[in-house]
Every structure is written in structure tokens, then in C-alpha cells.
Design a protein. Structure first.
Length: 109
């Protein structure tokens, strides 16, 4: 599996080449994130945390915005077919106890 990069995630998202895990779909529905919002967030995301040792393969946490709504996506890149596997998806603003107001940094406990 190739390492996820911001450029690769954005490119695959623009091409519609992504798949949601069952968990990601559940979280997306729970946070009422539309597919259009998810796609907007992915097209302009930035990687904020890198997880090279993830058991699912090299993954990352990306932050993107749908309008002003901050959406976090944990994802990895699958090789065949080349697509983004979305491991989880959630609205970061619904977790203010975990994230600083910029949604790029975890709150210190």
C-alpha cells in the first residue's frame, strides 16, 4: 500500500475513488454528514496526523471542510483498485472536548 499523501487523497477524491468501511458509514450517518460534504472535505483536505505503523496499513488523519463544517477522516490508500479506504469519518466540531478550536490539534488533558 502506498503511503497516504494530501495530494493523493485529493486526487483520488476528485475522481470519486473512495470506499467507506462499515464503521465509517455508520459514523457518517450518525453525524449526519452528507456524501456531498464528505467529498468536499476530501477534495481539499490536509493530513494532520500520520500513522505509519497502523495495523490496517499506513494510514492518516485528514481534516477537510464542507463549507465551515470540519470533517475528520481516518483513511488509508488501497492499491488494487487504487482508492481511498475511509476507516472512520466524523464531524470534529461535535467533539469539542477532544480537539482545539482549529481542529488540527488534540486537546491536552
Amino acid at each position: 500500500m502506498p503511503a497516504p499523501t494530501t495530494k493523493l487523497i485529493r486526487s483520488l477524491a476528485r475522481a470519486g475513488r473512495y470506499v467507506l468501511s462499515i464503521h465509517a458509514e455508520h459514523e457518517r450517518q450518525s453525524d449526519k454528514i452528507t456524501i456531498a460534504e464528505l467529498e468536499a472535505a476530501l477534495r481539499d483536505c490536509e493530513i494532520i496526523e500520520d500513522y505509519p505503523e497502523d495495523l490496517r496499513g499506513h494510514s492518516c488523519l485528514a481534516l477537510g471542510f464542507a463549507e465551515t463544517r470540519p470533517i475528520h477522516v481516518v483513511c488509508t490508500i488501497q492499491d488494487r483498485p487504487r482508492e481511498i479506504l475511509l476507516i472512520t469519518v466524523y464531524d470534529a466540531s461535535l467533539r469539542p472536548d477532544k480537539w482545539e478550536p482549529d481542529f488540527r490539534h488534540r486537546r491536552k488533558l
